[in-house]
Design a protein around this ligand. Structure first.
Ligand SMILES: Nc1ncnc2c1ncn2[C@@H]1O[C@H](COP(=O)(O)OP(=O)(O)O)[C@@H](O)[C@H]1O
Ligand SMILES: [Mg+2]
Length: 237
């Protein structure tokens, strides 16, 4: 469902050019949880932002459900992002003067969904992430782990086909990290949403089905366990 082909990226600052990604190729199946693993500065966030359509690569193609997002113009891309892509940030990025429920509803406000349906969906997602009782509080009244749960609920409310998460547990202690990963795994198996999770921690990557490792802008390993399995038979759908 996600295919990256011949992707390279360089940043230009005045006369200086920094090449950050070099000839990256990989693909991700519908419904997978994938980890993008690498040390700081290896190019993970750049790759994630390119796949989420937040910027354009210097070279290469990115297909999401057979749509090449690199070839889209700004309008097509923002509509595609709104409908098909969710994003989870390390620092949650919630809006301080909206309640938890209003934060979760926000992506639907831009899709002219009726207030009662928005509310119902938001409350149901807050239930899924385990904090239904926080709905009418403000983000500042929540712990970091609870705020990240809100951000996860917000990313899911448009029912995107893929969610990109940049170090979603990077600001959390180990126990809260475990809880957040468990929620992501449960939502993934329930909703069949594809998740791409950036991390610099091997322990986080080890909990996913598919690990793509970057070093200095190069893809160094692509471990997809299901590639190694013989086909058991014909599947439908
Ligand atoms: N806007 C930018 N301009 C110039 N260099 C950048 C920019 N953003 C990131 N970089 C550089 O690109 C490299 C990869 O950064 P990044 O993708 O953020 O890595 P990671 O997320 O793995 O830590 C780093 O060397 C970083 O300094
Ligand atoms: Mg990063």
């Amino acid at each position: 469902m996600l295919r990256v082909e011949g992707l390279s990226h360089a940043f230009r600052n005045g006369t200086e050019t920094t090449t950050v990604l070099q000839h990256i190729n990989f693909h991700v199946r519908q419904g997978e949880i994938v980890a993008l693993l690498g040390s700081s500065g290896s190019g993970k966030s750049t790759l994630l932002n390119l796949m989420a359509g937040l910027m354009k690569p210097t070279e290469g193609d990115i297909y999401i459900s057979d749509h090449n997002i690199v070839k889209m113009n700004e309008n097509q891309l923002s509509e595609f992002r709104r409908k098909h892509i969710g994003f989870i940030f390390q620092a949650y990025e919630l809006i301080a003067n909206l309640t938890v429920r209003e934060n979760v509803e926000l992506p639907l406000v831009f899709q002219s969904v009726s207030p009662s349906i928005r509310k119902q969906k938001a409350l149901s997602l807050l239930e899924q992430v385990g904090i239904p009782e926080k709905a009418e509080l403000f983000p500042s009244q929540l712990s970091g782990g609870q705020q990240q749960r809100v951000s996860i609920a917000r990313s899911l409310i448009t029912e995107p086909s893929v969610i990109f998460a940049d170090e979603p547990t990077g600001n959390l202690d180990t126990k809260t990290e475990e809880e957040i990963l468990a929620i992501l795994k449960r939502l993934n198996s329930m909703m069949k949403t594809t998740f791409v999770i950036v991390t610099h921690e091997r322990e986080v990557a080890a909990q996913t089905q598919h690990i793509i490792s970057l070093r200095d802008g190069y893809l160094i390993t692509d471990r997809d366990p299901s590639d190694a399995m013989p086909l058991a038979g014909v599947t439908t759908g």
